[in-house]
Design a protein around this ligand. Structure first.
Ligand SMILES: C[S@@+](CC[C@H](N)C(=O)[O-])C[C@H]1O[C@@H](n2cnc3c(N)ncnc32)[C@H](O)[C@@H]1O
Length: 254
């Protein structure tokens, strides 16, 4: 697999959403929802988007900003592993960006989600997934800030005995999709540019998780050490506009 430096072109290659019903997996703060809305507007497509997330905290804001771009925008609070409200063979395309590793906080949950996606897709329907590539170790020279960020956020989750993201290697995802009877499975790796200000916000949230909550670590040294580590990384990132992260786009059809 070779690396490309911009994912956007590959993501949209062969994807025409005109007259289509599209399912988005993992709305979150609406980054990808906004990108789909831009594309739909640019091409004047008539597209119905159903966007699903287990957490609906950004739904009102997204609805207000993006509703007019779509023929219909249906934001649904729900679990992607149990899409009861979606009929079999009813979806033309599914776009699921940076969500499988979050679903996979419970290992193998992502497989159930991919099975649900397969049930929901029409024959010939397209699946597009963007994910982070897992790193073997944090001392990754190509991605120093990304590695340090992973160290901080995962260590804090483990210290607090919380579930954490589990990134899926593209080879494993490719095999899983084939096992689940997806066709034309292919992927490309690329370097993604992460906005430093978004990363620092996320790190700050992690610091708050460390300091608050019912399952506090009863050890001041540990807590202080991780707070220092997080603050040091935030300071370093404040000097950068963006930094690189390893990612891939996987495509398949039913
Ligand atoms: C990193 S965010 C998604 C980012 C977004 N797609 C984008 O492109 O910027 C991951 C999202 O997955 C959601 N999520 C995790 N497990 C889920 C599940 N089982 N069902 C639905 N949503 C889930 C989380 O609530 C979170 O909003």
């Amino acid at each position: 697999m070779y690396q490309i430096y911009t994912a956007d072109q590959y993501l949209w290659e062969g994807l025409n959403l005109d007259g289509k019903t599209v399912l988005e997996g993992g709305t979150s703060w609406g980054n990808t929802t906004r990108r789909i809305a831009e594309k739909v507007k640019e091409h004047q497509w008539k597209t119905k988007l159903i966007s699903v997330d287990i957490d609906d905290s950004h739904f009102d804001e997204i609805k207000e900003k993006l509703s007019e771009s779509f023929d219909a925008l249906d934001l649904r609070k729900g679990d992607l592993s149990k899409l009861d409200f979606i009929e079999d063979n009813s979806i033309d395309a599914i776009i699921c960006n940076y969500t499988l590793s979050s679903v996979n906080q419970f290992p193998l949950r992502a497989v159930t989600v991919l099975k649900e996606f397969h049930r929901a897709l029409k024959p010939g329907g397209q699946l597009v997934i963007m994910e982070e590539i897992p790193l073997w170790a944090v001392e990754h020279r190509d991605y120093p800030y990304w590695s340090q960020r992973l160290r901080v956020i995962k260590s804090i989750s483990i210290l607090k005995a919380m579930a954490h993201f589990n990134e899926i290697h593209p080879n494993d995802l490719e095999e899983t999709l084939k096992t689940l009877n997806y066709q034309e499975v292919q992927y490309q790796e690329f370097k993604e540019a992460i906005d430093s200000s978004l990363a620092t916000k996320f790190l700050d949230k992690r610091k708050q998780t460390l300091l608050k909550g019912y399952n506090d670590i009863d050890n001041d040294h540990l807590t202080k050490g991780f707070v220092e580590m997080t603050e040091k990384l935030v300071k370093e990132l404040e000097q950068e506009k963006s930094f690189s992260a390893p990612a891939y786009i996987m495509k398949a059809s039913k």
